[in-house]
Write a new protein. Structure first.
Lengths: 383, 92
């Protein structure tokens, strides 16, 4: 929208500029300020005129924008547009994003790589640093663990641990995005590491090429900040649940079968898998994915939801799935949420707990840990 | 009274593939009995020795009936029950 001034010049309506936290004190503690101009350069001049101390932050001694500051117009970095000559119009939103947050520096490459996250006020440079300092263990490099690990790697999660004992089978490739045809026969952890590192070399991928069992769970889980459960069997599910509770770690849970998915977040003290399902089904009563099948793309939905919950938890934003169970029915395309309560009678996290250390999970579930005994051709730990 | 019952995953095949079935009953127990008459076999998947399996949850709307009155939880016209077995996601 333009208004003709009496002297014939075009008067432009202001552009909104997002001011990130580190700069806010230079702009009257405002998150958004208005500034005029037809180009990015003019808007920045107008901004600098209003807030001289901010001007010193966004221009260097030679009056150029320094390399550690990125300028965005409607989420696009101006280097990919026309730099300072990028035209702006009424209603556009600009953002001035510095690479410095919390005393730590993001490299220009990182600022660029994560720019679509950083530009959102819920993330920002400080949130990006938090993600980069977080260590997440993914149990199972399969259908759920795959997309979860993938999106966590893309988001720049600092360390991703992958625990799986299995090798890639051709029948995995209908849904398991970390592995490709040429990986058949390769350990899933190695294939996962190669894929994640190719997507984002920033990420430290730690592989545990072993089944998770009562012998190693309390060594491995405490090394991480959070755990994503992509296990495909009840024995592992109850073990991971108990170990996370004892280690005080948040567990982002997901499970799938046929066209249905379930997801929730267990934070110690707010309910656990035993509160949700006190006991596993007897072996054979609930069929597994190998017997009954699973829609490949469904694993992508549920694994992505698990990645979203990890990221929300790290950033402390939104409403998590803690105390809520998400049910997804892909055939009906129906998402529903039901309440999940901590059960005061829960033997693990209830008022009078009887489980005070890891138990015999194979006995409890009536089934061995996969990888301990004989495994079928699709005997992956990851769904 | 008419109650809608949503079925998940493995239970659907006992109801001819339906994801949602109509049933009658004034409490959860009556609905499960009615379901068994309409879709034989479903009760064994949900109950054992007169109690709900510990790996199966039944929700009245969005609340777990274990935290209501369990099988005696009264129902009103238009209520939705969901029967939800634990999913392992793969091999068990």
């Amino acid at each position: 929208m333009e208004l003709r001034e009496p002297d014939g010049r075009n008067r432009h309506m202001p552009v909104t500029v997002y001011i990130p936290t580190p700069f806010r004190r230079f702009a009257g503690n405002q998150t958004y300020v208005k500034a005029d101009g037809k180009t990015v350069g003019e808007v920045l001049e107008s901004l600098g005129g209003q807030y001289p101390s901010l001007r010193q932050m966004i221009y260097d001694a030679s009056d150029e924008i320094p390399g550690h500051i990125n300028i965005y117009v409607n989420s696009q970095e101006i280097h990919s547009l026309q730099g300072k000559l990028t035209p702006v119009k009424d209603g556009d939103e600009m953002a001035v994003i510095p690479a410095i947050a919390g005393g730590q520096v993001l490299t220009p490459e990182q600022v660029n790589r994560y720019s679509r996250h950083i530009i959102m006020p819920q993330v920002g440079p400080a949130g990006q640093r938090k993600l980069m300092e977080t260590e997440v263990l993914v149990v199972g490099a399969g259908g759920l663990g795959g997309p979860a690990a993938l999106y966590l790697a893309l988001a720049g999660i600092g360390t991703i641990g992958i625990i799986d004992f299995d090798v890639v089978d051709l029948s995995n490739l209908q849904r398991q995005v970390l592995h490709q045809t040429e990986d058949v026969g390769k350990p899933k952890t190695e294939s996962a590491k190669e894929t994640l590192r190719a997507y984002n070399p920033d990420v430290n991928v730690v592989i545990h090429n072993t089944p998770i069992t009562s012998d190693n769970a309390m060594e491995i889980i405490p090394q991480y900040d959070m755990v994503v459960n992509g296990a495909d069997n009840f024995t592992t599910r109850y073990l991971v649940n108990d170990a996370c509770y004892f280690a005080g770690k948040t567990l982002v849970d997901g499970s799938i079968l046929l066209f249905d998915g379930q997801a929730t977040v267990f934070v110690p003290g707010h309910g656990c898998y035993r509160c949700l399902f006190p006991a596993p089904p007897p072996p054979g009563l609930v069929p597994n994915c190998a017997e009954a099948g699973v829609l490949g793309a469904l694993t992508g939905v549920m694994g992505s939801i698990q990645a979203i919950e990890v990221i929300k938890q790290v950033l402390g934003i939104g409403e998590s799935l803690v105390s809520r169970l998400l049910l997804f029915d892909a055939l009906a395309m129906d998402f529903r949420i039901v309440k999940l309560r901590r059960d005061p009678k829960c033997p693990l996290c209830g008022d009078n707990p009887t489980i005070k250390e890891l138990i015999d999970y194979e006995g409890f579930c009536g089934a061995p840990f996969p990888g301990q005994d004989h495994d079928g051709p699709d005997g992956s730990v990851g769904a | 009274m008419a109650i809608e019952v949503k079925l998940t995953a493995t239970l659907q095949k006992l109801a001819g593939g339906a994801r949602s079935v109509q049933s009658e009953g004034s409490n959860v127990r009556e609905v499960l009995e009615d379901l068994e008459r309409r879709h034989p076999g479903i009760q064994d998947m949900v109950m054992v020795d007169g109690q709900i399996h510990r790996f199966v949850n039944i929700y009245l709307n969005d609340e777990d009936i274990r935290f209501l009155e369990q099988l005696e939880t009264p129902l009103r016209e238009g209520d939705v029950l969901s029967i939800l077995p634990a999913l392992a996601g793969g091999k068990i």
